[in-house]
Design a protein around this ligand. Sequence first.
Ligand SMILES: Cc1cc2nc3c(=O)[nH]c(=O)nc-3n(C[C@H](O)[C@H](O)[C@H](O)COP(=O)(O)OP(=O)(O)OC[C@H]3O[C@@H](n4cnc5c(N)ncnc54)[C@H](O)[C@@H]3O)c2cc1C
Length: 306
Amino acid sequence: MLVIGAGATGVQLASIFNAFGSEVTLFEAAPQILMSEDPDVAAVVSAALSASGIHVLTDAGSIERFEPCPTGVRLIYTDHDGPDQIDATLAVVAVGWVANTADLNLAAAGVRTDARGYLQVDGDLRTTAGHIFAAGDVTGRVMVVHEALREGYVAATNAVLGRTIALPAEVSPIGSFTDPEYASVGLTEATARKTRSVIVATERFETLPRPIIDGRTTGFCKLIVDQQLHTVLGCHIVGERAVELAQVAAVAMAAGITVEQLALTPFSFPTYANALGRAAVAAAGQLNPPTTPGPRSDVTVTRYVP
Ligand SMILES: Cc1cc2nc3c(=O)[nH]c(=O)nc-3n(C[C@H](O)[C@H](O)[C@H](O)COP(=O)(O)OP(=O)(O)OC[C@H]3O[C@@H](n4cnc5c(N)ncnc54)[C@H](O)[C@@H]3O)c2cc1C
């Protein structure tokens, strides 16, 4: 199987079909897989995919054409070394979605779409026709089930009751069920650093009891914290239960709690969520360095001001 495009969809396809026993080549034009994710996360996922037998090609060049071949389909492409080809039984192109709106004649109703067919909406999810609202994938925003549900509630409420609620600012966690899982919520470290002063704390799974017990030690939890406000700006996880960890971080972000409050929240033991708790402790420690180190100078929980 040849998978073109190593975004969330392509990487999940590759991971799942590899687990089913297919020989998979993942073809990505960009210099890394999962371009929208934290580079540290992408690097761990890429290494794990390669270790599991997937041929991961990044910076792979540009596609010239597909043509039939004895195995099924041949990809002809050009990379730094010139023309090349890959033969496969099946090719799956996963380079982004378009909205299936072309046949709806939305212009007749005054509903504008963008170049990919997505409906343009405002913060109330009202389209350019005042009495028509849109929610879910067709808006082209965050294309996941939990976001579609939230948008459906906002759009339906505003449509029935008039302008009542705006789309909440809280960020959605996103993640993929690859092996290993990865997930994120909020800003990446690079994006956060463009506008904020941040501190970063990373807790590696290989140091934590539950991943060690389960033999699932690949991964880490990385927390990005606003140095001034002490709030969590982003959380990036790769490893077992990554999507669940991002959910816990999303709740902390939605509540606007400080990283000190997160550090003081008891995390059940032994769990994967411990990674988030320990990253919070490490981040809070950076924000509140102990003046007189005690016997446990690495852990300064008692010094936090909630
Ligand atoms: C392979 C795959 C895996 C995914 N995995 C995840 C995941 O693990 N987690 C996650 O959160 N999201 C996942 N998603 C994304 C998720 O499925 C979508 O974000 C979500 O379904 C969006 O909901 P929606 O109601 O906007 O659209 P849809 O679920 O697509 O529902 C739209 C409905 O409208 C119908 N329809 C279309 N045109 C018309 C018309 N003209 N008239 C009447 N009805 C029409 C369609 O038949 C469909 O039933 C995945 C998507 C894919 C493709």
